[in-house]
Design a protein around this ligand. Structure first.
Ligand code: PLP
Ligand SMILES: N[C@@H](CCOP(=O)(O)O)C(=O)O
Length: 421
């Protein structure tokens, strides 16, 4: 397997354009990046973007904030931007104390322009789509990818088509896709079925696919990891021991691991400084956890998946062959949490003022569970990723929170209701 943490610099193949090329992650076969549209290799393996020049932290200095600060780690200097990235790294003292870890930060990706981390991938992905001169952008989605695709497609002046599992996408996300003028197809099937269809449409040349199977999407998402390392180091003078993240299609796990591997290859980071990537899935959709527990190099697809955290209701994480080495090589792990544990964590975050959608809270639920089982040490510095904003899923927020109380329309009625004298 070629996805190891090593300091070996890649040799530049003849297919490279401006020092950028695509490589099959299994065989190393190389391809030109922008001459033809391809998402996988001839052997149908995953592709990743490779670079002749790998970044160091010095390359990021003085480059502004947000995703494009990290252009030294990306295929272009700028993209179709709203802008994105530069999200907060909140303290959460009550959760830190309850979990009993040395430090805890919450990287709140819900603060991106469309309310999720997908924007980081889309700013790069839509830029590449323009480079390739494609007409129609498309994705399968549990909601957030469709919201981001619709917004970035609109910004780039391109048509967008989104395939959603009927009845399984949170209201806020559909509203976003609708208002940004995506053509929305509600498919009689789950997310994995939608992705099968959209891959088929892409193979037939009908659409340009912008799910995380597209290796350029993951380049933008690498910047989550770069931002965490830079900010954490600025404050603590060290890197975090562990990053805990919700896992669906396993794009972020793959992207963060790639960001860290590239820093190791450039000599900017020692292998021992790479945070342990720790994935959390909902118990009703946990093929990655199953694969980690069994030491498999790929997942077995789950055909029946169910969870309140609809964003991670995914049974066939397409990036598993990239993400599993990331968890293994960094010394991380994976765990499944119940929907009730997710809701408790969502409330815990809300009490710290951090409003997230259910899937996001899985990271904090995972932290609590792993600490409870002593699989995370008390002296660890931990960052939990929260991936989407509370307003994405208002129905679940209502269910997790308190109920509005009807009251008469005058001050006396209000005073009486709240029990004031
Ligand atoms: C809010 C939210 N959290 C987590 C995930 C999972 O991320 P990934 O697919 O990168 O594992 C998704 C989508 O997949 C999401 O929309
Ligand atoms: N949660 C995702 C599922 C698709 O993930 P992607 O990263 O492969 O686009 C969504 O929001 O649709």
């Amino acid at each position: 397997m070629s996805l190891e943490l090593s300091a070996a610099a890649p040799a530049i193949p003849p297919e490279a354009t401006d020092g950028v090329w695509l490589a099959d992650i299994e065989t190393g076969e190389t391809y030109a990046p922008f001459e033809e549209i391809r998402y996988t290799s001839d052997e149908d393996n995953l592709l990743e973007v490779r670079y002749a020049d790998l970044p160091t932290f010095e390359d990021f200095q003085g480059q502004g904030r947000g995703v494009w600060r990290y252009h030294a780690a990306l295929p272009f200097e700028n993209g179709v931007s709203l802008p994105e990235g530069d999200t907060p790294l909140h303290r959460a003292p009550s959760i830190r104390d309850a979990a009993g870890v040395r430090s805890l930060r919450i990287k709140h990706e819900g603060m991106n322009p469309t309310g999720s981390f997908k924007d980081r991938g889309m700013t790069v992905g839509v830029r590449v789509a323009k480079e390739l001169g494609v007409g129609r952008l498309a994705c399968a989605s549990t909601g957030n990818t469709s919201a981001a695709l619709a917004a970035y497609g609109a910004r780039g002046g391109m048509q967008t088509l989104v395939l959603l599992p009927a009845g399984k996408v949170a209201a806020g996300k559909i509203a976003q896709a609708a208002l940004h003028d995506a053509r929305i197809l509600e498919v009689d099937g789950n997310f994995d079925d939608c992705l099968d269809i959209v891959q088929d449409l892409a193979r037939r040349g009908e659409v340009y696919l912008l799910n995380s199977l597209n290796p350029f999407r993951l380049e933008g998402q690498k910047t989550i990891g770069l931002e965490i390392l830079e900010r954490f180091y600025e404050e603590y003078g060290r890197f975090p021991d562990r990053i805990i993240l919700p896992v669906g299609n396993a794009g972020n796990t793959s992207a963060l691991y790639k960001a860290f591997r590239e820093l190791v290859q450039s000599g900017a980071l020692r292998p021992s400084e790479v945070p342990k990537l720790t994935g959390v899935q909902a118990a009703g959709a946990a093929p990655m956890v199953e694969a980690v527990e069994h030491g498999w190099s790929d997942i077995e697809r789950w055909d029946d998946v169910e969870t309140r955290a609809t964003a991670i209701r995914i049974g066939n994480p397409v990036n598993a062959p990239k993400a599993l080495p990331g968890i293994r090589e960094t010394g991380g792990t994976a765990i499944a949490v119940t929907d009730d544990e997710i809701t408790v964590a969502q409330r815990d975050l809300a009490r710290e003022g951090i409003g997230v959608e259910p899937a996001s809270a899985a990271s904090v639920a995972g932290l609590k569970k792993l600490r409870g089982r002593s699989r995370i040490d008390s002296d660890e510095d931990v960052v939990c990723l929260t991936t989407g904003h509370l307003l994405k899923d208002p129905d679940e927020a209502f269910k997790a929170g308190g109920n509005p109380e009807p009251v008469g329309g005058d001050t006396d009625a209000v005073l009486e209701h709240i029990g004031a004298n």
